[in-house]
Design a protein around this ligand. Structure first.
Ligand SMILES: Cc1ncc(COP(=O)(O)O)c(C=O)c1O
Length: 448
């Protein structure tokens, strides 16, 4: 018996609490996805949509990859579950850690696994605190992150997340989390005579000095701020950040949950800037979304403390190193390497960004069309000259999104910034179709 989208949604409204639940806002624009193939999703009414954000930036290899299904099934048949608690291990997690050591930053060679990004953020915070504490530096506990950063919604991760709409209903916030401005090239205003990248990086130095270097454990940053609307830092930003972290003995921790595994055109985001972090976190693309898996990687310096400290690192998850997740990750890494996702993201990203720019950059209400690799965003503004935003109540981004959905494109927004990051395997003709849909949708809502 066929069940229609309307039938499903009625039951959904009765029983389900959604991620980012807001019944009033979403009651009339729900979707029920039934299947996927490549970059295409099909809903319960049989309508096809382009998956404009690869699920949530994760389905990089596209939907319906049989080899990932087979990897999961084979592992389930052999060993469906075992823990990695206190010395317990299994061959698949061992192989995955070894494989990551070979393709990560040279500085990062030891790995711990989680079920996703938020758990990884909390793991980074606790590991940074442990690292300093085990060396007798008990005060070094503060975490500095950035406005517009997105690091997840666990209580710890929420406190580092710099998108303010995630906090108010869950306050009070935890002490020890500090935020500095984002190096947002479209909006960050640098003092006269200083390069914007250096000025934005110097915000970190100011914060460290204000808080006291002896109290700061780590600086936490996405190489490209994804959920905030693809904020690409100036070239000189991260090299200066590395210098500041070294000068004040602060760990540089990068959140590569979106940028890891090729999305920006290199395997890791900071490789664009010739900088190595002390700790990284990853998730999403490592299994192309086929299984919940994330993790952190640490430098030898941090690994040495973990290996030699007197006190156990009392941090663990039941599903850390889940065999099925690790098997899917290993097979996904084969795909990422064999199909050269970094190269595909570079070539397709340049093609896609230029298509979007030609079609939309001169529109009077498009403030900026930007991107890095195959992650792009279009920022709508009320006044192009002053960069003034639309009043939130006008819901411009939402209206453009609805117009795009009517034409068969599904993605996500941050306010009036429309994000686009289709699967890396998306064929060029579908990238062209996204450009067409965006052009028509912007024209419908904001005028041609
Ligand atoms: C950069 C970044 N960090 C962390 C997270 C949180 O990941 P999760 O939703 O798996 O907890 C996300 C999710 O979008 C993310 O984009």
């Amino acid at each position: 018996m066929n069940t229609s989208k309307a039938d499903y949604l009625q039951t959904d409204l009765t029983y389900l609490i959604h991620a980012l639940h807001n019944r009033r806002l979403h009651e009339n624009c729900g979707h029920v996805w039934i299947k996927g193939d490549g970059a295409i999703l099909v809903d319960a009414d049989g309508r096809e949509f382009i998956d404009g954000l690869s699920g949530l930036w994760n389905v990089v290899a596209g939907h319906g990859r049989k080899e990932l299904v087979e990897a999961a099934a084979a592992q389930m048949q052999t060993l469906a579950y075992c823990s990695t608690y206190a010395g317990s291990s299994h061959p698949t997690v061992i192989r995955l850690a070894e494989r990551l050591a070979g393709l990560s930053y040279p500085s990062i060679r030891r790995f711990f696994f989680t079920s996703g990004g938020g758990e990884s953020s909390d793991t980074c915070f606790k590991t940074a605190r442990y690292f300093w504490r085990m060396q007798g530096r008990l005060e070094k506990t503060k975490i500095i992150s950035r406005q517009w950063g997105y690091h997840g919604t666990t209580l710890g991760a929420m406190n580092a997340t710099g998108i303010a709409s995630y906090w108010p209903m869950f306050e009070s916030k935890l002490p020890g989390f500090v935020q500095i401005p984002s190096p947002y090239p479209y909006r960050y205003v640098a003092p006269a005579g200083v390069s914007p990248g250096i000025a934005a990086a110097n915000e970190l130095e100011k914060a460290i000095l204000r808080e006291g270097p002896e109290t700061v454990a780590m600086f936490f940053a996405e190489p490209v701020q994804g959920s905030a609307g693809v904020i690409v830092p100036p070239e000189d930003y991260f090299p200066r950040i590395r210098e500041i972290c070294d000068q004040y003995d602060v760990l540089l921790v990068t959140d590569e949950v979106i940028t890891g595994f090729g999305r920006t055109g290199k395997m890791w985001g900071l490789q664009h800037y010739g900088v190595q972090p002390d700790m990284i976190q990853f998730a999403k693309a490592i299994t192309s979304g086929y299984f919940p898996l994330g993790g952190i990687g640490v430098s030898e310096r941090i690994a040495n403390v973990l290996d030699t400290a007197d006190q156990t690192w009392m941090h663990a998850f039941t599903y850390s190193g889940h065999p099925v997740g690790c098997a899917v990750a290993l097979r996904t890494l084969d795909i990422i390497e064999q199909e050269d996702f970094p190269a595909q993201a570079t070539e397709k990203g340049a093609y896609f960004l230029s298509g979007l720019q030609v079609a939309l950059a001169s529109h009077p209400h498009v403030g900026e069309v930007r991107g890095k690799g195959l992650m792009c965003a279009i920022e709508f503004v009320q006044d192009k000259a002053t960069k003034a935003e639309y009043p939130a109540a006008e819901q411009i981004g939402h209206k453009v999104h609805l117009a795009a959905q009517r034409r068969g494109l599904y993605s996500r927004l941050r306010g009036d910034v429309f994000c686009l990051a289709p699967p890396i395997i998306t064929p060029h003709k579908l990238l062209d179709r996204i450009v067409e849909i965006m052009t028509e949708s912007v024209g419908e809502v904001l005028g041609a």
